[in-house]
Design a protein around this ligand. Structure first.
Ligand SMILES: Cc1cc2nc3c(=O)[nH]c(=O)nc-3n(C[C@H](O)[C@H](O)[C@H](O)COP(=O)(O)OP(=O)(O)OC[C@H]3O[C@@H](n4cnc5c(N)ncnc54)[C@H](O)[C@@H]3O)c2cc1C
Length: 363
């Protein structure tokens, strides 16, 4: 049986950040990825927004790791030349929604995230096409090229000795006194590791169920939630990210810009039974209605189906959002094992901080 110090399951942005951190600390690290290429899960199917950290309950892992990860992500991008832009974001409210905006402002303040209030007159100067009663401006929000970021993480991990192996789906995990044995692609275990990090995104609960003898009550249920995007034909009407107030299950159908300045709207919230990334063109009607609440000039026929992502969600549609779960042996008793569950948004923003958190929890 071959042996290696550490294995990371999943080469999404979080798995790559963890592998980089382990490699930088001198750990011999192998990344096992089921897909033919890294970063083809949620990490390449999201809004690419660097979140400021204003939505999450004060003291939660989501709040703490988003804020720490945001600062580290900006620094990482600046140092390594990863394309990104701190263009700021407006959270807009109609007249009846201003109390919600006030609650968001208080929540952000409690977590130490700076925001400024803008009234309708100030907004007309900043973004003349925007229709709303008031808005919060988040200057720390921005966008990042998620692919370039992942390439930079992988390059740094590899330059410190980590190895990525694609088309390698982990299918067996057997903890024992001499380490954890791993089987890939249906074959019997052929690899023994001292440290195993389950960073399989939406599949993390399924991977945890593979761990022989692992207490099933410690594995959350996955509640798959699809987010669809539509892109805008023609020039972007705004220079900043535009978000409505959050809706149950999501942040609301917002406008994001990519680094080339193209606009797209999404994601909506569609509970699904399986991972299917097609976008139903029929959903455009609800997009037109949602977007016209803050951009009435949106022309009929201007939206076209773009792409979809699946959130690694571990709570049911009507439940309160669950926090990130980063769980080591003190939680579940399996030496050397860390599971990451519920790494939905802001997982891209938080990835570097999530990596440090995961490595700190390895026994
Ligand atoms: C619609 C949407 C919008 C989002 N917008 C934002 C945003 O704007 N900003 C932000 O900060 N965050 C955002 N997020 C969240 C962010 O994209 C995720 O938190 C992040 O990408 C999670 O990375 P990951 O590495 O945990 O998962 P993934 O990228 O899903 O990677 C997991 C990997 O594990 C692999 N895998 C699974 N099972 C196995 C196995 N058995 N063996 C080997 N490999 C396996 C998969 O193939 C996959 O490559 C969004 C998410 C979604 C879905």
């Amino acid at each position: 049986m071959d042996s290696v110090e550490a294995v990371v399951i999943g080469a999404g942005v979080v798995g790559l950040a963890i592998a980089r951190e382990l490699a930088l600390r001198g750990q011999e690290t192998l990344i096992l990825e089921a897909a033919p290429a890294p970063g083809s899960g949620a990490s390449s199917r999201n809004s690419e927004v660097i979140h400021a950290g204003l939505y999450y309950p004060q003291g939660s892992l989501k709040a703490r790791l988003c804020i720490a990860g945001r600062d580290r992500l900006y620094e990482f991008c600046r140092d390594r030349g990863v394309p990104h832009r701190q263009l700021g974001k407006l959270i807009v409210a109609g007249r009846g929604e201003i109390p919600v905006l006030e609650r968001l402002a208080r929540n952000a303040q409690a977590s130490g995230v700076g925001l400024e209030w803008l009234d309708a007159a100030a907004l007309r100067t900043l973004e003349p096409e925007l229709e709303c009663g008031a808005a919060l401006h988040s200057p720390l929000s921005g966008i990042v090229d998620a692919h370039a970021f992942m390439q930079a993480l992988l390059a740094e991990a590899e330059s410190h000795g980590a190895t990525l192996v694609c088309r390698s789906e982990v299918t067996r995990i057997v903890p024992g006194s001499a380490g954890i044995e791993i089987g890939v692609n249906g074959a019997p275990p052929a690899l023994r590791v001292r440290r195993l990090i389950n960073s399989a995104g939406v599949q993390a609960p399924a991977v945890a169920r593979l761990i022989e003898g692992f207490p099933p009550e410690l594995i959350p249920r996955a509640h798959l939630s699809k987010g669809n995007y539509f892109s805008l034909r023609g020039a972007a009407p705004f220079r900043r990210l535009i978000y409505p107030i959050p809706e149950p299950g999501g942040l609301g159908i917002h406008l994001t810009l990519d680094l080339a300045g193209r606009a797209r709207f999404g994601p909506d919230v569609e509970p699904v039974a399986a991972c299917d990334f097609s976008v139903d063109p029929g959903r455009s009607q609800s997009f037109y209605a949602a977007v016209r609440r803050y951009w009435p000039a949106l022309a009929e026929g201007a939206l076209e189906p773009a792409y979809a992502g699946i959130r690694a969600r571990i709570y049911a549609p009507m439940q309160a959002p669950a926090d990130f779960r980063v769980e080591g042996a003190t939680h579940h008793g399996v030496a050397g094992l860390v599971n990451l569950f519920g790494i939905e948004s802001p997982g891209l923003t938080a990835s570097l901080a999530l990596a440090s958190e995961a490595v700190a929890r390895i026994s």
